[in-house]
Design a binder for this molecule. Structure first.
Ligand code: GDP
Ligand code: MG
Length: 199
């Protein structure tokens, strides 16, 4: 840890993405404040949290962005949901503006699914597409299978996820924000890799 008022050598922005309720906010709470809450509410207000750590004798401030306001979805609403043409245009613009702001300047990403929710893993390619369409071309991406404390409810095998990660050139870890398993490891890996690229 680095004390208050000490100099910061680098600030790295990292974004959290993935379906609603996979545990993004709890992963961030664990990393930034070493806290966890079982009845966490959908994220409102806070756009990012920071934690400063030391990598190679340099102080690195990690600025971790979490979804603020209503949950974002990887794609704009389908046309049939929006009937009024002006509203459709407005929503599409708003979607693009919010999405670009979220990814702007991000050097790392945690792409999170819930190992007990198959659908959250099946949506990963869409999140990856959105990420690659908006972020820095050198962005460091970690695929994160969260809630691995719920082994008896597992719906995504570690092998499937690892295979996908290898194919797509992503780092991969399973985590538990609840038990604090691999959360530190996931951020450390991403931040060290960013450091190698940008220092
Ligand atoms: P978000 O919508 O992706 O930000 O998800 P949240 O962080 O709000 O978490 C959604 C729910 O899953 C909450 O009830 C959390 O307490 C719970 N949760 C998050 N991480 C874990 C975990 O590692 N294990 C278990 N068992 N529950 C978790
Ligand atoms: Mg959240």
């Amino acid at each position: 840890m680095v004390g208050a008022g000490e100099k910061v050598d680098y600030v790295f922005k990292v974004v959290l993405i993935g379906d609603s309720a996979v545990g993004k906010s709890q992963i961030l709470a664990r990393f930034a404040r070493n806290e966890f809450s079982l009845d966490s509410k959908a994220t409102i207000g806070v756009e990012f949290q920071t934690r400063t750590l030391v990598i190679d004798h340099k102080s690195v401030k990690a600025q971790i962005w979490d979804t603020a306001g209503q949950e974002r979805q990887p794609l704009p609403p389908p046309d049939n949901v929006v009937s009024h043409p002006n509203l459709a245009i407005w929503l599409a613009r708003r979607y693009r503006a919010v999405t670009s702001a979220y990814y702007r300047g991000a050097l790392g990403a945690l792409l999170v699914y819930d190992i007990t929710k198959r659908q959250s893993f099946d949506h990963i390619p869409r999140w990856l597409e959105e990420l690659r369409g908006h972020a820095d071309k050198n962005i460091v991406i970690m695929l994160v299978g969260n809630k691995n404390d719920l082994e008896e409810e597992r719906a995504v095998s570690t092998e499937d996820a690892r295979e996908f990660a290898e194919k797509e050139n992503l780092f991969f870890l399973e985590t538990s924000a609840l038990q604090a398993t691999n959360v530190e490891n996931a951020f450390q890996t991403v931040l060290s890799e960013i450091f190698k690229i940008h220092s």
